[in-house]
Design a protein around this ligand. Structure first.
Ligand code: GUN
Length: 292
């Protein structure tokens, strides 16, 4: 097998499976999964994400509902929209694009979402379920990381996993998922002493710290599986910019057993997992089994 983990191809395959299952529940139960995406304000990066989400939602046969609100939107108006989407039978997944403008209480908005429609897995109910190992909705990027690692390594029992980064969106949920797979899990972060030495112990290294190319080849145990969640735009030659991960790819590739590139690694898996979660919830909400 190739050393480079092709996230683009993996995501394509996952979207193909989702599309097939969407067609199956449409035929058997006349259910069309629906995903509502809420964008407040005009952040250019968020606009690109939301456009891609809408496009891919339609491509797998689901309904896409986009709600674009001005950046002056009040807390009450946003809460009222969430209530409306919670009560809409055509909507099985609700995603509020983050970050939100400063006048909005982000946590209050997320926790207003019906936990069964919280396809980001950010609601406290789903966070708690993941923490205690109960079934719930798993955040998309961590789920994508786990799917790729399991596809490469199979059984993860007893492997030493080091997660660099402790965010609520990636670091903490990835650690919970790896723990549930019986890994020995170490969470490290920017204040960890001897970070290089800790990284070098990893059979599975997940980099989600948001520092461009911080992790070098000599931080990696030979043969380790390296999952790079970082997406950093840096200055390149000729006044251009380029995307790099949290891992220095050229030196890491020489040492790692398997490695995800940036771009084309974890990134494409996030939306594919969002569609996967939406399909799962359309089935759960309607009380039917997810097709095999
Ligand atoms: N902004 C950047 N990443 C994400 C994500 O995974 N979910 C949401 N809702 N907003 C984001």
């Amino acid at each position: 097998m190739d050393k480079i983990i092709d996230g683009k191809a993996f995501a394509e395959k996952l979207r193909g499976e989702v599309a097939r299952k969407v067609a199956a529940i449409k035929a058997s139960d006349n259910i069309v999964p629906g995903l509502a995406v809420v964008l407040v304000g005009e952040d250019p990066a968020s606009q690109v994400y939301v456009r891609n989400k809408g496009k891919q939602t339609v491509e797998v046969g689901m309904q896409s509902f986009e709600h674009k609100l001005p950046d002056t939107t009040s807390q009450d108006d946003l809460m009222a929209l969430i209530d409306q989407l919670n009560g809409d039978d055509k909507v099985h997944g609700i995603l509020v694009q983050l970050p939100l403008p400063a006048q909005i209480d982000e946590k209050a908005v997320i926790n207003r979402i019906n936990p069964q429609k919280d396809v980001d897995g950010f609601h406290l109910d789903n966070v708690g379920r993941l923490a205690i190992g109960d079934p719930g909705i798993v955040p998309c990027t961590p789920l994508g990381c786990l799917m790729m690692v399991k596809d490469q390594l199979g059984d993860l029992s007893g492997l030493h996993a080091v997660v660099v980064g402790r965010s609520n969106i990636v670091g903490k949920p990835v650690a919970s998922l790896l723990l549930a797979e019986n890994c020995t899990v170490e969470i490290t972060h920017s204040r960890t002493r001897n970070l290089q030495e800790e990284c070098k112990r990893a059979d599975i290294l997940v980099a989600a710290v948001g520092r461009p190319e911080m992790i070098k080849g000599d931080w990696i145990k030979p043969g380790a599986t390296v999952i790079d969640v970082g997406i950093n735009r840096i200055e390149a030659e000729g006044g251009k910019t380029r995307l790099v991960g949290d891992v220095e790819f050229s030196s890491a590739e020489a040492v790692a057993g398997k490695i995800t590139p940036v771009p084309g690694g974890v990134g494409p898996m996030t939306i594919a997992c969002l569609l996967h979660n939406t399909l799962q919830q359309a089935c759960t909400i309607n009380g039917i089994a997810v097709p095999g």
